[in-house]
Write a protein that binds this ligand. Sequence first.
Ligand code: ZN
Length: 61
Amino acid sequence: MEQKEERSEKSERSSESSGSYPAKCSKCNKECTVPFKPDPQKKVYCRECYAEIRKNKPKRF
Ligand SMILES: [Zn+2]
């Protein structure tokens, strides 16, 4: 008889939340949440503004 190994499936489902840290967008002053700890020395942008900035950011410096 073959013994089947019971594979315990790891349920490592990290809840993908869009953001957990409350922050305020430096561009539109909209309250938002960021997935990272907001740095007081750095500007924090909301998702929309961040995407826009990232889009407009030149690839080459
Ligand atoms: Zn914004």
